[in-house]
Design a protein around this ligand. Structure first.
Ligand code: SAH
Ligand code: DHB
Ligand code: MG
Length: 218
């Protein structure tokens, strides 16, 4: 089974389960036109995140790593009236593209973008957040997870992107700091007694990767 098949099946799933979506399509186009990297979650992954938000009944979401706001739009749309999403982004240019995309999706009332290093912002935040999506620099994932846990309540869900990376996660001697960052997160998360967690491998239009799904037990 080839990555080409995964991509074609993903496309088929999109055609079957996802409605055409002008705001999301425009967000992808604007991100690409601005030269942002093409590394946002896939459409089906975006819908998966939005379903999780609704299953949890989340009213306050924290996202770490905004890029052009593609995942932000999926997450924010799943919020009820009065719900809020705070998203943290290092790069002013990414944040500017995201702001435009979020305005265009008519979500600016719910979404706040904080520009700067996520770790600096995280030290100032007050919880609880019901749902956290961690998807920024992989080196800091374990630190982001510790902060997310401190900002959570019993029943909160934390999702972490890119925990498999084509299987690179297996390589304990990897010289890739991103792989080491994910491996450190895995150790911290697996040893954390206040959560129940698992990771699911994914294939599709983004290749072979995975999500960590973490339930905060209290
Ligand atoms: N969640 C987005 C993709 C995020 S890509 C989506 O799926 O649509 C990762 C983002 O994290 C990039 O925009 C990058 O600039 C940002 N980032 C990298 N290091 C960061 C840091 N220290 N603090 C905040 N954001 C950071
Ligand atoms: C990269 C980052 C991501 O968050 C992702 O989902 C895919 C790729 C990257 O930095 O290459
Ligand atoms: Mg990612």
């Amino acid at each position: 089974m080839s990555s080409q098949t995964w991509g074609r099946v993903d496309h088929y799933i999109e055609q079957t389960f996802l409605a055409p979506d002008p705001a999301l399509a425009a967000a992808l186009e604007a991100s690409s036109a601005a030269g942002l990297p093409d590394i946002q979650v896939s459409p089906s992954q975006g819908k998966f995140l939005s379903l999780l938000v609704r299953m949890v009944g989340a009213r306050r979401i924290l996202e770490i790593g905004t890029l052009g706001g593609y995942s932000t739009i999926w997450l924010a749309r799943a919020l009820p009236t009065g719900g809020e999403l705070l998203t943290l982004e290092l790069e002013a240019k990414h944040a500017a593209v995201a702001r435009q995309n979020i305005d265009n999706a008519r979500l600016s009332e719910k979404v706040t973008i904080r520009v700067g290093p996520a770790l600096r912002a995280l030290r100032t935040l007050e919880g609880p957040f019901d749902f956290v999506f961690i998807d920024a620099d992989k080196e800091s994932t374990a630190d982001y997870f510790r902060h997310a846990l401190a900002l959570a309540r019993q029943g909160s869900v934390i999702v972490v992107d890119n925990v498999v990376r084509n299987g690179a996660v297996l390589d304990e001697a990897s010289e890739d700091s991103r792989v080491q960052g994910i491996r450190r997160f895995n150790e911290v998360c697996a040893a954390e007694r206040r959560v129940s967690a698992v990771e699911l491998q994914t294939v599709g239009s983004k290749g072979y990767d995975g999500f960590a799904i973490v339930l905060v037990d209290g």
